[in-house]
Design a protein around this ligand. Structure first.
Ligand code: DQA
Length: 144
């Protein structure tokens, strides 16, 4: 199985920004752990991080027909990007939404996810483990 993990704006600062909220693990260490897990399941991980909304849409469109499952942490775009929502829907690629922090126990604007209804699951508040759980979900789904 080919899995694509997309991390959106400011996720490149993970480990540095608000460590009390997002933890001290860097994005590269999170991705390294995820990569090792996916590989141990005889699958392949592709990873991108971008701070640009249009680039996320281009990446999702390029994944069509190439990728079997996506994991997306769209950062703040989660809360208002209907364009990313539409791209996920159009791709028809099973997608899991992930957030490091518990978006439901923070500011009100974070409680809204406009991509939630086009994803097969939403995982939040588990830190880096959320990415592993998302991969597990996609891999077990593929086997059934
Ligand atoms: C986040 C939560 C978002 O509200 C925030 O804008 C982020 C990170 C998370 O991983 O907890 O950038 O997606």
């Amino acid at each position: 199985m080919k899995i694509l993990v997309i991390n959106g704006p400011n996720l490149n600062l993970t480990g540095i920004r608000s460590p009390d909220i997002y933890g001290t693990d860097t994005l590269s260490s999170i991705i390294a752990e995820l990569d090792a897990y996916v590989e141990s399941c005889n699958s392949e991980l592709f990873s991108v991080q971008t701070n640009h909304e249009g680039e996320i849409i281009d990446i999702i469109q390029s994944a069509m027909g190439e990728i079997d499952g996506m994991i997306i942490n769209a950062g703040a775009f989660t809360h208002y990007s209907y364009a990313i929502r539409d791209a996920i829907e159009a791709s028809e690629i099973p997608t899991v939404e992930v957030h490091l922090s518990d978006i439901n126990s923070r500011e009100d604007f974070r409680k809204v996810s406009v991509i939630k209804d086009v994803c097969i699951a939403q995982i939040f508040g588990l830190g880096k483990q959320g990415y592993i759980n998302a991969a597990k979900l996609l891999l077990t789904r593929e086997m059934n």
